[in-house]
Design a protein around this ligand. Structure first.
Ligand code: HEC
Ligand code: HEC
Length: 339
């Protein structure tokens, strides 16, 4: 009798299923708890509209490392965004498929969840709109979203992961963009020596580091401010100019003359691991950046007032440079860069 009831029940269930157009299998896909670290600004809005989930992040990470996103299957996001360099690389300018050289230096991918604008010129305002750019750019991956989807659809592991991450919707362009952004939202660097000193978590600065922190507050913090070490503004600080005619800095986005060669103030977190420096890698070392500020920067009509009012310089003694170097090294987060 029991068995009969059970088979009737199973039969009823099958009948019910067959009446539906699709059988919905729902996976448990918990949201991840991301915390805003001590002193950091709030998350940006898209972190709430595209909440990182267990499978979303796993999928995003897998895609980030997959060379199939490029036309000839040779370059992944992680080819240029390498974890041990805080998800930047060691090249002056990004190098894509077939050794094609791009326009700019690869920035680290860290603390994206708190940033309001992306890229050196801020042409991207929503992180979910970013992944398509390298996928289709000639000197990066030179592919197309349809080509990528076609390749991924041949891989049953991806089909399953997309279904788990996005409610059985299968492989979609939005799934690619959203999962990559979800993965990037989890790349939070907030556990450097500096953070442990600030949080009074058992670390203290050496004397040189402490003096460097003071110099930093006197001469750098007006732009490299907040716990992100950038105020996210665009400024021309007279760095040596990129000779590529494509380059115009922020004015590429706004068309405004006053934005010519203005760039987003870069974060200085993990700065000891992201050489070379500058928008096209014009400085090989950190010290060279400090020497340049001290020796004097290029004149420009729209040179930042902070430099203009100081004879186009940020004067620094050799001792202050040593101290700043020591301080900037406290911004390295060994857990984040995985070493
Ligand atoms: C060929 C090297 C290269 C590849 C491949 C590459 N990137 Fe980038 N990435 C760059 C460069 C260079 C920039 C800066 C572009 C600019 O400012 O115009 C950048 C910028 C970014 C930014 C903005 C960072 C910030 O601080 O605003 C993110 C996020 C990012 N890339 C993620 C990705 C993802 C995701 C992929 C794969 C789909 C990818 N990148 C593939 C070189 C690369
Ligand atoms: C007026 C604003 C301003 C001040 C003051 C300032 N910076 Fe910057 N900094 C920027 C901008 C903007 C860039 C990017 C410029 C570019 O690439 O053309 C930058 C770039 C850098 C870079 C290269 C980062 C990278 O990832 O390529 C370092 C290092 C740096 N600054 C350190 C400092 C230090 C140390 C001080 C203080 C001695 C300082 N800055 C003062 C705005 C400023």
């Amino acid at each position: 009798m029991k068995n009969l009831i059970r088979s009737l029940f199973v039969f009823a269930l099958l009948a019910a299923c067959s009446r539906e157009d699709t059988v919905l299998i729902s996976y448990e896909n918990p949201e991840l708890e991301l915390e805003v670290p001590f002193g950091f600004p709030e998350f940006n809005n898209s972190v709430y509209t595209n909440k990182p989930t267990k499978y979303g992040v796993a999928l995003g990470e897998k895609l980030f490392q997959d060379t199939r996103l490029s036309a000839d299957n040779s370059v992944s996001c992680a080819s240029c965004h390498i974890q041990e360099h805080a998800f930047a690389d060691r090249n002056a300018k990004g190098i894509g498929i077939e050794g094609r050289i791009g326009l700019r230096n690869t920035p680290p991918v860290q603390n994206m969840a708190f940033m309001k604008v992306f890229n050196w010129d801020g042409n991207i305002r929503v992180l979910e709109n970013q992944p398509l750019v390298p996928i289709i750019t000639h000197f990066e991956m030179d592919s197309s979203i349809l080509e990528v989807i076609g390749k991924l659809e041949e891989d049953p592991e991806y089909i399953e992961l997309f279904n788990k991450a996005f409610n059985g919707e299968g492989i979609t362009a939005d799934g690619i963009y959203n999962s990559i952004a979800q993965f990037e939202y989890t790349l939070i660097s907030a556990n450097s020596k500096y953070d442990k000193v600030i949080r009074e978590a058992g670390e203290t600065f050496t004397e040189t580091e402490a003096l460097g922190y003071q110099v930093f507050q006197d001469k750098c913090v007006s732009c490299h401010s907040t716990e992100l070490f950038t105020d996210q503004s665009f400024r021309n600080i007279g760095f040596p100019l990129n000779s590529d005619h494509e380059e115009a800095g922020r004015s590429r986005v706004t068309g405004a003359v006053e934005d010519f060669m203005r760039f987003r103030v870069p974060s200085l977190r993990n700065i000891a691991h992201t050489e070379p420096y500058g928008s096209f890698g014009q400085f090989e070392t950190l010290r060279a950046v400090l020497d340049y500020f001290d020796n004097g920067v290029l004149e420009a009509d729209n040179l930042d007032p902070i430099l203009k009012e100081n004879n186009n310089r940020i004067p620094l003694s050799e001792t202050e440079k040593d101290q700043l170097m020591a301080f900037m090294h406290t911004l390295s987060d060994s857990e984040f860069i995985g070493k």
